[in-house]
Design a protein around this ligand. Structure first.
Ligand SMILES: CC(C)(COP(=O)(O)OP(=O)(O)OC[C@H]1O[C@@H](n2cnc3c(N)ncnc32)[C@H](O)[C@@H]1OP(=O)(O)O)[C@@H](O)C(=O)NCCC(=O)NCCS
Length: 178
């Protein structure tokens, strides 16, 4: 199984001059091939395996943005719209939805590339998720993510009017990962 974490790559900044930029389709946080150990009794891939990689992909994106230590605080409800098959190449694309004081909300899009007969490939959307990662200190308490200069440069305009502590979407429809 190959995992390309992207940690050593050029940081994929999803904000430019305070505006969101599109997800980088050439630079997933993780891309890997599904192996027999990842399958359920039907021979397709366990949902829990994909959830675990979603969590890891969000962590990779959080580390692209800041060198703090992050823990997962919450993940929204995840709906699988298509199965993942043995041998599929699965990509986990990430982008930042929100940078708060101590938390980052990361959107993760999961796509499977299926090998088809006669060499054709099929791209299938599997699922998507929103993950809240909180930066913590050695004691496990939340700490600010960005220094003021970087915060102003990256997210200054976006922060206007966003005073609520938590993204409402996640508060309403969350499944906490504690
Ligand atoms: C992460 C943890 C340190 C946060 O502590 P806390 O006392 O809840 O922290 P706060 O209430 O100050 O919230 C911290 C940030 O998370 C956000 N947050 C808290 N609960 C949230 C939720 N349910 N949904 C979305 N965001 C949430 C807050 O808005 C805040 O973000 P901001 O500072 O950017 O505005 C603590 O809950 C913890 O240790 N959880 C376990 C994490 C873990 O082990 N994860 C792996 C599970 S195996």
């Amino acid at each position: 199984m190959t995992i390309s974490s992207g940690l050593n790559c050029k940081p994929a900044i999803n904000f430019k001059h305070g505006r969101k930029v599109k997800m980088d389709r050439n630079n997933p946080a993780i891309r890997l091939i599904m192996m027999p150990k990842d399958t359920n009794a039907r021979g397709t891939i366990f949902g829990g395996v994909i959830l675990s990689y979603i969590d890891q992909a969000a962590a990779v994106e959080a580390h692209r943005q800041s060198n703090k230590n992050f823990v997962t605080k919450a993940m929204n409800a995840v709906e699988f719209v298509a199965p993942v098959h043995l041998g599929d190449v699965v990509s986990f694309y990430t982008r930042i939805l929100r940078i708060g004081e101590t938390s980052l909300t990361v959107r993760v899009d999961v796509e499977a590339e299926r090998a088809q007969v006669e060499g054709q490939k099929q791209l299938v959307k599997v699922t998507q998720a929103e993950v809240v990662c909180v930066a913590v200190n050695q004691q496990g308490r939340p700490i600010p993510i960005l220094d003021e200069a970087r915060k102003n440069r990256l997210v200054g305009p976006l922060r206007k009017g966003k005073s609520s502590k938590t993204p409402p979407k996640l508060r309403k429809n969350q499944s906490q990962k504690n």
